[in-house]
Design a protein around this ligand. Structure first.
Ligand code: ZN
Length: 736
């Protein structure tokens, strides 16, 4: 009898499983998604982006992550798109990653079908480049930064690979306003009037969103592309941060995974990727003079002739607030587009890649690119972070003093000067190779196809109009080669390698920062467009493209002047991770908790996939639950060095309005270096403190008020008593 019942159960389960399977949608793709930690050294390392040597890391606000997406069609063709919370990508890191992927996966993942794109945060540790110019302000190559990227990116791909499942893809796009402005509007105006008339704005306002769902229709991933610099955090910030796009990623993931899931640990992964952001700033209040508050000079971005006084500010009251606002806008728009993404991607997954020597391109009309060189305006910086020396943007006439200094390094050849005209050459990087190449000559050029979507992976920062022209050219080439569907072209900015900026030929004539940093001369954009046209045609016709010349692998030659951590010391009578300032006994939502510890240099252990701090909630008398780490927006991990190899760690926790009332504690994880070089660990935990909720807060305020009221009443009574006594006395002495 039992046997018969068992058979029935097995049979029913089988039928049910058939029903469930058949009720799930047919899928067009297989998709695997993985996330991993890539946070670099949180002390003493220069931040990549502003080229300000004084801006070195001193803690963590938001951790950096790598988010990998593997797409496979039904014929097993694969591409990988990886979004990293870093300023850009670097050829040296890509070469190392591809080398490891070839060992681990055979020929499945190569330089040709893997695209790694940087979000362009300016608050991540530098030193991961193989070309000298980009590592100068970080005192050369920083092995810890390089290794953190390699290790984390590989881990994110491994995780994606282990989670490949049947999926469908949907795309949507819409306009996001109030979130970006053009920071070189005068250069934009150099573009032909009839071309400008085709567009409503001088930056792209369109956000494109990819919604990834499994066979049951349950979403498990999202990628959005929107053009805006990750420079909401300015060049005074010393905390590692993934800036506006990184925070938007955390917001989206918290929304989908639930607030209780710690950052980087959830199943749903959301990437906010970069596009043609070359001339696009998040500092929407625009540039103003620090001294007078007035508008800066429109063409040169100077105040009374001084470049460093002209700075653009975001929409918020400070850089943290601005980051939060620009992140929130991107998150909300992406969520809205995600929820209403119904255009299904169908068709093949494919790719074309070639290495292009950008210094020797000849266009069909005979125009040529040049060997790399930086103009004077490059040193002026931008209104997001002005340069330190008195350079101004829109400089087309060289200063004799700087000419002398720069020509001490390398005197540009006559041909080089003519090739770059009207750019005055400050650094003749393309003709400098001591101790090794200063800037790339050979770069990755690549297009990934996922159904109707074409990701144009550019190894540089394309300005708004440069991106528009590139997209139009790709669409035109795809169609003329016979593509039957309406393509969706997307610029995937700062991908695979870094070769500075790309302006249009017309914008180049004004020589603002972006023009001064367009390193292959006035025809750089046309040369790129030419390459992407060829890749597009090959994609449609199914023909192969030549691999092109190999880029050099310079990682083994790197020079490094950043001193290592020598030693840590705890103050006399104190131990590592000991609390030196305890929290108060109680806090209310909206308050900031501050706890200080005896610290050590965080470079001793990057604590990848882990944390330097945690905030625990007391579940009961024996159990604690970790509710915040150093990757959360609500926490800050500050590190300061003190005399005699000592250091101080301060942990802040901003208690949000919705925080569950109860008992909490803060911990710090310390790794300190001993005299012999060994690294030891220590952990310190604060005293327990109370967080009240808003009702309790009201009750407490009421209690305080009641107390005050009673005191007032007593005083009143006493005063009245005195009055009546004085009246009695008056009566006594009054003559009758
Ligand atoms: Zn930039």
């Amino acid at each position: 009898m039992a046997n018969v019942r068992m058979k029935w159960i097995v049979c029913c389960t089988f039928l049910l499983s058939i029903l469930v399977t058949s009720s799930s949608a047919q899928t067009d793709y297989n998709v695997g998604i993985g996330i991993a930690d890539i946070t670099g050294p949180a002390a003493e390392v220069n931040m990549m982006g502003y080229a300000n040597p004084a801006q070195t890391s001193r803690g963590i606000h938001l951790r950096q992550f790598s988010r990998a997406f593997i797409f496979e069609d039904n014929n097993k063709n694969r591409v990988v798109f990886i979004n990293i919370d870093a300023c850009m990508f670097s050829a040296g890191v890509k070469l190392e990653i591809i080398r490891q992927l070839k060992v681990n996966y055979g020929g499945k993942y190569t330089e040709r079908n893997v695209c790694i794109s940087g979000t362009h945060t300016h608050s991540g540790p530098a030193g991961f480049h193989q070309y000298l110019l980009f590592d100068i302000t970080s005192m050369g190559f920083v092995r810890e930064s390089f290794d953190a990227l390699v290790e984390g990116i590989i881990k994110s791909i491994d995780r994606a690979e282990s989670k490949i499942r049947p999926a469908n893809l949907f795309v949507n796009s819409g306009e996001l306003l109030e979130s970006n402005i053009n920071r070189s509007p005068s250069a934009y105006l150099f573009n032909p009037a009839e071309e400008r008339a085709k567009y409503k704005y001088d930056t792209d306002k369109e956000m494109t969103v990819l919604r990834i769902v499994d066979a049951e229709g349950k979403p498990f991933g999202m990628i959005s592309w929107f053009a805006v610099h990750c420079t909401s955090m300015n060049n005074t910030n010393r905390l590692i941060s993934s800036d506006n796009k990184g925070l938007a990623e955390l917001m989206f993931e918290a929304e989908m995974n639930g607030e209780h899931v710690l950052p980087g640990k959830g199943d749903f992964v959301a990437a906010f990727a970069q596009a043609n952001e070359g001339d696009v700033s998040p500092n929407t209040q625009g540039p103003h003079c620090l001294d007078t508050g007035l508008r800066c000079d429109f063409n040169k971005s100077t105040c009374n002739g001084r470049n460093e006084m002209c700075v653009a500010f975001g929409p918020g009251k400070d850089m943290f607030d601005s980051t939060r606002i620009i992140a929130t806008y991107q998150f909300q728009k992406a969520k809205e587009l995600f929820d209403s993404a119904f255009t299904k991607l169908t068709g093949p997954v494919d790719f074309r890649h070639t290495y292009t020597n950008m210094t020797d391109q000849t266009l069909p009309d005979g125009k040529r690119t040049c060997k790399g060189a930086m103009g004077y305006s490059f040193a002026a910086g931008t209104t997001d972070g002005p340069g330190a020396f008195n350079f101004a943007q829109s400089t087309t006439s060289p200063s004799p003093v700087w000419n002398f200094v720069s020509h001490l390094l390398k005197n540009p050849s006559k041909a080089q000067i003519e090739c770059h005209h009207p750019k005055p050459i400050l650094l003749d990087t393309g003709e400098m190779d001591f101790p090794y190449a200063w800037e790339p000559a050979v770069v990755d050029t690549q297009i990934l196809r996922i159904g109707q979507m074409f990701l144009i992976a550019v190894p540089a920062e394309f300005t708004t109009m440069s991106g528009r022209r590139t997209r139009d050219a790709v669409v035109e080439s795809l169609k003329s080669a016979g593509l039957q569907v309406e393509p969706i072209p997307i610029i995937a900015g700062l991908s695979n390698d870094y070769a500075d900026y790309v302006t249009t030929f017309e914008e180049y004539q004004e020589q603002r920062y972006e023009g001064g940093s367009t390193i292959y001369g006035p025809h750089t954009l046309e040369a790129y467009i030419n390459v992407f046209r060829n890749l597009s045609k090959a994609l449609v016709s199914g023909s192969p493209v030549a691999p092109g010349p190999n880029p050099p692998d310079l990682v083994s030659k790197q020079v490094s002047f950043l001193p290592p951590v020598i030693l840590d010391r705890a103050p006399l009578g104190k131990s590592y991770a000991q609390v030196t300032q305890q929290p108060k006994a109680a806090y209310m939502p909206g308050d900031r908790v501050e706890v200080k510890f005896v610290g050590a240099n965080p470079r001793n252990n990057l604590r990848l996939e882990e944390t330097f701090l945690k905030v625990d909630y007391m579940v009961n008398s024996t159990a604690w639950e970790t509710v915040y780490t150093d990757a959360h927006w609500q926490t800050q991990f500050h590190w300061e060095s003190a005399a005699f190899f000592e250091s101080v760690v301060t942990i802040y926790w901003d208690i949000p309005s919705y925080q569950k009332p109860g008992m909490y504690r803060v911990s710090y994880f310390c790794d300190h270096k001993e005299l012999g070089g060994g690294i030891q660990s220590a952990q310190g935990t604060s005293s327990t403190f109370k967080v009240t909720n808003s009702q309790e807060k009201m009750a407490m305020l009421n209690k305080k008020w009641e107390k005050k009221k009673t005191i007032l009443e007593r005083i009143n009574k006493a005063l009245k008593g005195k009055e009546s006594k004085s009246a009695q006395l008056t009566n006594l002495v009054k003559p009758k």
